[in-house]
Design a protein around this ligand. Structure first.
Ligand code: R5P
Length: 330
């Protein structure tokens, strides 16, 4: 029997991090984005007012945690506080890019575990559920004691690549952390999997000390897939090493194109045939590269939101969407 939704209308509220994605989701759902005033006091503090009643409503706040993540996180908490005080029925944070997830364990003495800290802060702020995309590591789900739904961009990227029918293709995992994701892509594309062993500097987190290819790439076209491109160091170095070892065209797929600092320039100069990304974070004009293809997460997020709102089973929906993307029906 289909569960009865105990909440009033579904509402989409947009934080200031990615209004275009929020609009895209709302359009898919056939509803407007709920009007809200978000502004700054002269001392930099954030002011929020929801411009219409959301009493008892099922509210989805779209706020991706791209740079500056601290500001967007605080803004999310303030929006949620306003919603709670306005008697929203249920509040779901739609956080396509979940920042701070890379620090999901201690790798050295006296370090924090920020993924857990942010999960705790979200619950304390009054968020009832979270909907996110491609968490840095699946186990971060366990840091939340509230329901969390987790969508993956891999079927979109795999479906796109499948249509290209690239010959002699090999999937390359840019580090050990991406093996599972890369293995899934290799299975979807029916290719072999090669792994790069990456060693980062312990002192300078963004510096890569060494990359070694474990497998054969000579004469092969390559797809490298990663959850995020931050400084671009991992991908640029990986492409260099692959090319030196005789790889042909290099395609790169990633869910979260953060492109911090000079990443866009570095990627533009790298020998990348195509860079396939999603709109989990906004891409300002100056970071858009001619090799880039942007796939939108809005349809999948909207379907998931609908499912959460109606209280219907999600597994079947995800299986259907996955096969639609892989078979090129979407
Ligand atoms: C690492 O564990 C991640 O999956 C990415 O490979 C990494 O965070 C990308 O960062 P950057 O672009 O700065 O190398």
């Amino acid at each position: 029997m289909r569960p009865i939704n105990q909440y009033a209308a579904l509402k989409i509220v947009a934080g200031t991090s990615h209004p275009a994605l929020a609009k895209g989701i709302a359009q898919q759902l056939g509803i407007p984005v709920t009007p809200m005033d978000v502004s700054k006091f002269s001392d930099g503090e954030t002011y929020v007012r929801i411009d219409e009643s959301i009493r008892a409503c099922d509210v989805f706040v779209v706020q991706t945690l791209c740079n500056p993540a601290n500001d967007y996180l605080m803004e999310l908490f303030i929006i949620v506080d306003a919603l709670r005080r306005a008697s929203a029925g249920r509040i779901t944070a739609v956080v396509p890019y979940f920042a701070y997830a890379r620090q999901d364990r201690k790798t050295n003495d006296r370090e924090p575990i920020t993924a857990k800290l942010v999960a705790n802060l979200m619950t304390t702020a009054g968020i009832n559920r979270v909907l996110t995309a491609d968490l840095h590591a699946d186990q971060v789900q366990g840091f939340f004691d509230i329901p969390l739904d987790h969508i993956k961009a891999l079927p979109l990227i795999a479906g796109y690549l499948k249509k290209k029918k690239i010959k002699d293709l090999v999937v390359v995992s840019p580090d050990f952390g991406s093996i599972k994701r890369s293995h899934e892509l290799a299975t979807a594309l029916d290719t072999a999997l090669v792994v790069i062993s990456k060693r980062r500097s312990r002192k300078e987190h963004d510096t890569i000390e060494d990359m070694t290819i474990l497998g054969e790439v000579k004469g092969k076209n390559i797809v490298i897939v990663d959850d995020m491109i931050s400084t671009g160091g991992t991908i640029v170095r990986a492409v260099e090493v692959l090319k030196k070892n005789g790889a042909k065209d290099c395609y790169v797929g990633c869910t979260h194109p953060l492109l911090i600092g000079h990443a866009a320039e570095k990627l533009a100069q790298a020998d990348i045939k195509e860079l396939i990304v999603t709109d989990s974070v906004p891409l300002p004009h100056q970071k858009f590269l001619k090799q880039m293809v942007v796939l939108s997460l809005a349809p999948w997020l909207a379907k998931t939101i609908e499912c959460i709102h109606q209280g219907t089973q999600m597994g079947m929906l995800f299986d259907q969407l996955k096969s639609d993307y892989l078979e090129g029906k979407r």
